[in-house]
Design a protein around this ligand. Structure first.
Ligand code: ADP
Ligand code: MG
Length: 259
């Protein structure tokens, strides 16, 4: 279900016919608490989806279910043709396809930037060290901080650390990137540099699901905006109609509070 691009800047960002993620009838509970309700979502390869909604609406839980950081109890999630089941082999396969970037960068403080980027490729993927380092430098250049490679996370600004976190994910060569409020812990002057990195990824064709309240980013990059409330997908649309003509009262209320 590719929607018409309304932003000319998006014209080179292609959405393919190939399906990247299919979520069908998915429900999740935390104990007695029904946190995700009847989630149906199909993501095509190359889509850039922004997920927004009030705090506590289930955005992080949804994102975390997609790479099995959280278990769901009902329905199915299929990522790149692999059904997410309790089979550990499938979970490993899905995690190797899906990169994730969190609000708090979760870099290893006692490792250098380069070591942060080579750790998983060397130990999980068994990539030879030299090759892992070359790949890491390639992606550190992409996020425009190759000169910081031998420093420790504590020596970098928040924006730089988040760009390292993105580079570190990219070193595992994911086909899908999940972002959970990647800029909300950053000082305002650092938000742009992280968003610019994400825009660049989008332009290179990465399939992206981004939980963010950066609505400028949503307008510029997203081909689809999803609004969640109380564990449900309440409304979704291309950015232009989503922002200018929201249909649901809860969406209207939310937008009136943040825009
Ligand atoms: P959002 O990211 O939209 O703010 P979350 O997915 O983090 O929402 O949380 C959705 C709801 O689930 C909230 O009410 C939250 O308190 C609750 N919740 C989140 N994580 C857990 C957990 N591990 N155990 C129990 N409840 C949780
Ligand atoms: Mg959250």
């Amino acid at each position: 279900m590719a929607m018409a691009d309304t932003n000319p800047a998006q014209s080179q960002m292609k959405v393919s016919d190939e399906v990247a993620i299919t979520i069908t009838g998915m429900n999740k509970w935390y104990g007695q608490f029904h946190v995700l309700r009847d989630i149906d979502l199909t993501v095509q390869r190359g889509e850039r989806i922004v997920i927004c909604g009030p705090s506590g609406s289930g955005k992080s839980t949804l994102i975390r279910c997609i790479n099995a950081l959280e278990e769901h109890q009902q329905g199915s999630i299929v990522v790149d043709g692999v059904p997410l089941s309790s089979d550990l082999k499938n979970i490993d396969k899905i995690r190797s396809e899906v990169g994730m970037c969190f609000q708090h960068f979760n870099l290893f403080p006692h490792l250098t930037i380069l070591e942060n980027c080579t750790l998983a490729p060397i130990w999980v993927r068994k990539t030879p060290k030299k090759e892992a380092e070359e790949t890491a430098m390639y992606f550190l250049e992409k996020v425009k901080i190759p000169d910081q490679a031998n420093k420790y996370p504590g020596q970098l600004s928040g924006g730089q650390q988040q760009r390292v976190a993105i580079a570190r994910s990219l070193c595992m060569k994911p086909r899908i990137m999940l972002f959970d409020e990647p800029t909300s812990a950053l000082d305002p002057e650092m938000i742009k540099e992280v968003l610019d990195t994400m825009i660049q990824l989008a332009e290179e064709g990465m399939t992206m699901l981004c939980v963010t309240h950066e609505m400028g980013f949503a307008r510029q990059v997203a081909n689809r905006v999803i609004f969640m409330d109380a564990g449900q997908i309440v409304e979704q649309n291309a950015p232009e109609p989503f922002f200018t003509n929201p249909q649901n009262d809860r969406t209207k209320l939310f937008l009136s509070q943040i825009l």
